[in-house]
Design a protein around this ligand. Sequence first.
Ligand code: S3P
Length: 418
Amino acid sequence: MQYIQGRQYFEGEFNLPGDKSITHRAIMLNGGADGEAVITNALMGEDCVSTCRCMRALGAKIDVDGTTLRITGTPRFRRGTELNCGNSGTTIRLLTGFVAGKQIDAKLYGDESLSSRPMRRVADPLALLGANVKTTDGHAPVYVIPAPLRGTEMSLLISSAQVKSAVLLAGISADGETRVSEPVKSRDHTERMLAAMGANIRVNGNSVTVGKSVLKAMDVCVPSDISSAAYFMALGALKGKTLCKNIGINPTRTGILNAFDRLGVKYQLLNKRISGGEETADILVEKSDMRAITLTAEDVPAMIDELPLVALLCAFADGETHITGAKELRVKESDRIRTTAELINNLGGDCRETEDGFIIRGKEKLRGGDIDSYLDHRIAMTGAVGLIASENGGNVLREDCCAISFPDFFDKLGVKRG
Ligand code: S3P
């Protein structure tokens, strides 16, 4: 349990950890590539450590020195491995596709939370390529049984970068071309990295086509994660002024900036540049008066992990916010529609959950109170931001789960650990 005091003012310049999605992919793709690569500013949160563990089990060599990784890849994966994916949805879903492409058997499993999350969403599209992937009643453990893959075309019903990436990572080993389209474009780090590593890949709007490819190892300098910066950006908007440095601003990830535009949050993108094939900038955010907004399904994929925090901001915005089309939040590390609504209400806000989103009546001030993370890192960090912005503060219960994506979150926040 961590006590957090309400504060009048919050200001500072922050260097945030490396991007989680890009770190996962840099480890996986280099782990399965021909040659050696160095990854810098890698996130060494628990989820990415899970990816390292799995890639080592499959035969890659990975040396870790702080946030620098030296990887020697292995295009041929070890057979018959048991891959412990911990809490990480990205690890289990992407690796299921990658392993299925190699025509080897493997068992992929994880913790209690991961074992409750849906896996047919990867098993079914992979089956269209000819893969034999068995789930346990739609969940982990997932068993990959060797089968030859043939490329095909498919339209996904949900926009999910994890599902799309699983198909692409299987598709690069299939005979013929594989084309996958999704309703709204989800994050495209896999596509970008595959292209940069020499894969045979074409992107056309929301469709991606891959053919058989051999991956060449590639050094990656990972930008800092906008999903981690978001907590500090929100504190700037609520309580003062923050500058988050070297943040990845890939357009499939900047939905929070679209939410800021609509809420009336004042921000600037400074020092824009390209780093490792991804655009980055320093993001300056200042205290702003906010007004209620409407968000729909089209807005969701680019801010999927920031939605609990965006909902919290709406709890401080003038008027009634309506968020729809966010049903995917129900199958994250917790049911984030339920846990976010509870979080806001426990702070003294007014948030009603709907089947696929929220209705939030903004208030000028929130009193504070105790917040349970439900072992979900994003809920713990959103709770901490809400408490700093509140009048009386309160406790975050089961806060250690922050280590999944942001091990030194409370230190960066200037909160004494007790
Ligand atoms: C991720 C994709 C998103 C996101 C998750 C990381 C990725 O999940 O919520 O934190 O790295 O591909 P979905 O693709 O299932 O929406």
